[in-house]
Design a protein around this ligand. Structure first.
Ligand SMILES: [Zn+2]
Ligand SMILES: [Zn+2]
Length: 274
């Protein structure tokens, strides 16, 4: 009883500080420790989960509207179609070219508050954002990959020097809670390569920002190598990244996994820019 009163006092006098703009605010609905994961993820749209998670971290202004991805979109590369009249189908590019992946899906568009949250995590080192974003990513995983038997989950690796300067791989952090979340809905949950032992980023590349599609592709060529081909041979792999921009990085990584014998590669990212 006393602790509840203390908590109420604390809440009234010490509001939360917005992680994005430092404004003091009172977070609305908070994620309770006793919350049922099953109830939480069973059919809750990504948008609802995002808003619930982000409202505890960001003030109402920074929380903003979740930049949802809505059908119709390409069944393979996931790109949204401009015209909303048709059903989801394969885009011209995916019909013409042989792509090294089965399916790319993302939780939301790389804009607004989702972009802000990713920036705060990656560039301001606010690692406490990784867990809520990881839950958003997990709900997209359930939404889009419930019909696939994934054997292995691989976060797109960072180069050792990038890992040292940033201090963490943001995707690894987002995946930390997944086995606990997965235990609620799966009899056996796929292995996650937390140690980055399966595939590494060998080549240090220039930042891809500002480069065109073709330049990005040549820049990233040969950047990845598989260290443990035996652990991907004949396996269904889910490759996870934070942002999908032109796809140069993720697709190069998928191509290398495919060349080394993975049977299928699926890609999930938190956000996509196109
Ligand atoms: Zn704010
Ligand atoms: Zn496509």
């Amino acid at each position: 009883m006393l602790t509840r009163i203390q908590q109420a006092f604390q809440k009234a006098f010490y509001p939360d500080k917005c992680l994005a703009c430092s404004l003091l605010f009172h977070a609305g609905e908070r994620f309770e420790p006793a919350f049922s994961y099953e109830e939480y993820f069973n059919g809750s749209p990504v948008k609802i989960i995002y808003q619930k998670e982000i409202s505890a971290l960001f003030c109402p202004i920074c929380s903003g509207e979740f930049p949802s991805i809505t059908p119709p979109f390409c069944l393979q590369c996931g790109k949204m179609f401009k015209s909303p009249v048709a059903d989801s189908h394969f885009c011209g590019d995916c019909i013409q070219k042989n792509k090294p992946f089965q399916r790319i899906r993302s939780a939301g568009m790389y804009s607004g508050s989702l972009m802000k949250a990713i920036h705060q995590l990656k560039y301001s080192g606010k690692t406490q954002i990784a867990k809520p974003l990881g839950r958003v990513l997990f709900s997209s995983f359930l939404n889009y990959f419930h019909d696939v038997n994934i054997d292995l989950i691989i976060p797109v690796p960072l180069h050792a020097s990038k890992l040292r300067s940033r201090g963490f791989n943001q995707v690894m952090l987002m995946l930390r809670e997944w086995p606990a979340l997965g235990a609620m809905s799966f009899s056996s949950f796929p292995i996650i390569d937390y140690q980055g032992k399966v595939v590494i980023r060998r080549k240090k590349t220039e930042p891809q920002t500002g480069l065109g599609r073709e330049k990005r592709r040549s820049n990233i060529k040969g950047a990845f190598s598989v260290l443990q081909p035996e652990s991907i041979h004949g396996k269904q792999v889910l490759l996870v990244d934070d942002v999908y921009t032109t796809g140069a990085t993720t697709e190069e990584c998928a191509q290398v996994l495919s060349n080394q014998g993975a049977s299928n590669i699926h890609i999930l990212t938190l956000a996509r820019s196109d």
